[in-house]
Design a protein. Structure first.
Length: 500
C-alpha cells in the first residue's frame, strides 16, 4: 500500500549547485539516508542539471533557456507576469514595475539545475576580507577544495587559448600584483577533453552518480515542477514540507526531520517567511556585486603576431583571465576574450577570435541591514508565494569603490589595447551581477544579525538548513558559487553527522 505522507530523512528544496552539493555529500557520506529533492521548475534534459551550453543544437538550447524563465501558469492571475532577464533567467519585476531604487535587474531561474544550468562557471576563491573570519582557515580551505572537486574546477582549461598569455602579460603592466592576488587564468568549472571540446559543469556534475539513473540507487528522488510552499514545524523542530505539484495543482505533505532550503538568495528567505520562520535578519543585509563593464580590442600588431595560432585552431575556446580581489582594491576583474564583438564593427574588419576582450569588474559593497528583500502575505506572486519587494541603496563608500573600479577598468583597457567605443566604463543596473548575498546570512552567534550558524542550521529551528549565496555573510566581489557550495559541504556534513 502507498503511504499518503511519505517519510524521508532529508528534503532539499531547489536543485541548483548548492542543493545538488547537499545531495551529493549526503549520498557519499551517509548513503542510507532517504533524500527527496524538489524543484519548482521543469527538467531541461534527460540528464538532470545539464548545463545548457552543452546542448549542441541551438534550438534545443534556446528552448531550454525559455523553459527556465518562470511559470507559464499563474495561480494568482492578477499578479504581473515576470519580465525576461538574461537568457535562462526572469526578472523579479517586469520592467514597467521595476522601481528606480531597489534592484531593477534582480533575476532568478526556475529549472532543474537552477542558475547552474546557465552560469558562466567562473569559480575564483574568495581572498583577504572576503573570507569568513569565524571559520578557521583549515576548515574553509578544505571545504573550498571539496567544492572545486564537486564542480570540477580547473585553471588550466584555456591557458593555451589564442592571445591569453599576452592578455595576462599586458594586465601585469597595469596591476602590481603578486602571490594569491597575481594576474592569473580564471578558475572555471569545466572539463576539457583531448579533442579540445569542453563540458561546462551544470549540477549533473555536482550530483555525480545521482544524475545517472543506473547509479542513483533507491535512496534519492528528484521531483521537478514541485513547489515547496511551506516547511512544516512543530515546537521549533522541522517535521517536513508542504508541496504543490505545479502540473496538477495537487498539494501533499512529505515528512522529514531535516529540510535544506536551497532556493536562491531571494526565494530561500521567502520560503522561511511563508513558513513562519522570521528571525530579525531574514532578508536583510542583502548585497549585490555592482558590475562595471567595458570592451577593448588588442592592438593590430599583437593580433597579427598571434593570428597564425588562432587560424590554426590552437584552441577551440577563448580565454578568461582574472584580476583578483584585494582589500586595497575591493573588486575583482573577469577578463573575457570573445569570439565576436559586443558592438557592431565595420564589415571589412572581421574579429579574430580572442582579440576582442570584455572587461567585467564586480565590486564588493557594504553589508547594510536596511538593504533587504521584504515579503507581503497579502499579495501573492505568480507561484502563490508572498510577494517580494527589494529595498536597496548603495552607500557613499560603495559609490567610491565603484568609481575606483571604473578607474581600474580604464587602466586595464588602456594596457590591453583600444576601447571599442567612446563610452567610458559604465555601471550596469543593480542586480545585473546575479550574485545576491546575505539574505539568510551565516553568523558565529545568534545575535540578531544572522539567520543561521556556521553549519547553516537556522538559529533556534532544529533540522532547518539554508543554502545558497544568501548564506555568505561577508562583503565579497568574487563570483559566489564556489563559496556557497563550500558552505553547503559543511552543512551537509553536519546533517550526515547528526543522522548517523
Ligand atoms: P540556484 O541555482 O538559483 O537554484 C535555486 C533553485 O531553487 C531554482 O531552480 C528554483 O526554481 C528553485 N526554487 C526556488 N524556490 C523554490 C520552491 N519554493 N520550491 C522548489 N524549488 C524552488 N556564479 C558564479 O559563481 N560564477 C559565474 O561565472 C556565474 N555566472 C552566471 C551567469 C549567468 C548567466 C547566471 C544566470 C548566473 C551566474 N552565476 C555565476 C550565478 C550562479 O549560477 C549562482 O550563484 C548559483 O546557481 C546559485 O546556486 P543555488 O543552488 O544557490 O541557486
Amino acid at each position: 500500500m502507498k503511504t499518503p505522507n511519505p517519510m524521508y530523512d532529508v528534503v532539499i528544496v531547489g536543485s541548483g549547485p548548492t542543493g545538488a552539493a547537499y545531495a551529493r555529500i549526503l549520498h557519499d557520506e551517509a548513503p542510507r539516508l532517504r533524500v527527496l529533492m524538489v524543484e519548482a521548475g521543469p527538467s531541461l534534459s534527460e540528464q538532470p542539471g545539464l548545463h545548457v551550453k552543452n546542448l549542441p543544437d541551438p534550438q534545443a538550447r534556446a528552448a531550454a533557456q525559455l523553459a527556465s524563465q518562470g511559470p507559464v501558469t499563474s495561480l494568482s492571475p492578477e499578479s504581473p507576469v515576470p519580465g525576461p532577464g538574461r537568457p535562462g533567467t526572469f526578472l523579479l519585476r517586469p520592467d514597467e514595475l521595476a522601481p528606480r531604487a531597489g534592484m531593477p535587474a534582480a533575476a532568478m531561474s526556475s529549472n532543474v539545475g537552477g542558475m547552474g544550468a546557465h552560469w558562466t562557471c567562473a569559480c575564483p576563491r574568495p581572498g583577504a576580507s572576503e573570507r569568513i573570519s569565524f571559520l578557521d582557515d583549515g576548515t574553509l580551505d578544505a571545504a573550498l577544495a571539496e567544492a572545486e572537486r564537486l564542480l570540477s574546477v580547473t585553471s588550466g582549461a584555456f591557458v593555451d587559448a589564442p592571445f591569453s598569455g599576452e592578455v595576462r602579460r599586458l594586465l601585469e603592466h597595469a596591476f602590481d600584483r603578486t602571490g594569491a592576488a597575481a594576474i592569473q587564468p580564471m578558475p572555471l568549472a569545466v572539463q576539457k577533453h583531448p579533442d579540445g571540446t569542453v563540458t561546462w559543469s551544470g549540477t549533473d556534475v555536482v550530483l555525480g552518480p545521482l544524475a545517472d539513473p543506473t547509479t542513483r540507487g533507491e535512496t534519492f528522488e528528484l521531483r521537478d515542477q514541485t513547489l515547496c510552499q511551506r516547511v512544516t514545524l512543530d515546537a521549533g523542530r522541522v517535521t517536513g514540507v508542504e508541496l504543490r505539484d505545479l502540473a496538477t495543482g495537487a498539494v501533499s505533505l512529505a515528512h522529514a526531520p531535516a529540510v535544506v532550503v536551497a532556493a536562491d538568495a531571494l526565494r530561500t528567505p521567502q520560503l522561511l517567511f511563508a513558513s513562519g520562520v522570521r528571525p530579525r535578519a531574514l532578508g536583510r543585509y542583502l548585497n549585490d556585486q555592482p558590475q562595471v563593464i567595458s570592451a577593448v580590442r588588442l592592438p593590430a600588431g599583437v593580433v597579427a603576431d598571434g593570428v597564425k595560432d588562432a587560424a590554426a585552431g590552437a584552441a577551440l575556446h577563448s580565454g578568461v583571465s582574472w584580476v583578483p580581489y584585494t582589500d586595497e582594491e575591493p573588486f575583482h576583474g573577469q577578463v573575457m576574450q570573445l569570439d565576436a564583438s559586443p558592438v557592431p564593427l565595420a564589415e571589412d574588419d572581421p574579429v579574430v577570435p580572442g582579440s576582442v576582450i570584455g572587461l567585467g569588474w564586480f565590486c564588493a559593497t557594504e553589508t547594510v541591514e536596511e538593504n533587504r528583500v521584504e515579503f507581503d502575505e497579502s499579495s501573492l506572486d505568480h507561484y502563490g508565494m508572498p510577494r517580494m519587494t527589494i529595498n536597496y541603496n548603495l552607500t557613499w563608500k560603495d559609490l567610491r569603490v565603484i568609481d575606483d573600479a571604473k578607474d581600474a577598468v580604464t587602466r586595464a583597457g588602456k594596457a590591453l589595447g583600444t576601447f571599442l567605443d567612446d563610452r567610458p566604463p559604465f555601471l550596469l543596473p543593480a542586480g545585473s551581477s546575479l550574485h545576491y548575498q546575505g539574505s539568510v546570512r551565516m553568523g558565529q552567534h545568534d545575535d540578531g544579525r544572522s539567520v543561521c550558524g556556521p553549519d547553516s542550521q537556522v538559529w533556534g529551528t532544529e533540522g532547518l538548513y539554508v543554502a545558497g549565496n544568501g548564506v555568505i555573510p561577508t562583503s565579497t566581489a568574487s563570483n559566489p558559487t564556489l563559496t556557497s557550495v563550500a558552505l553547503a559541504v559543511l552543512g551537509a556534513r553536519a546533517i550526515a553527522r547528526s543522522m548517523k
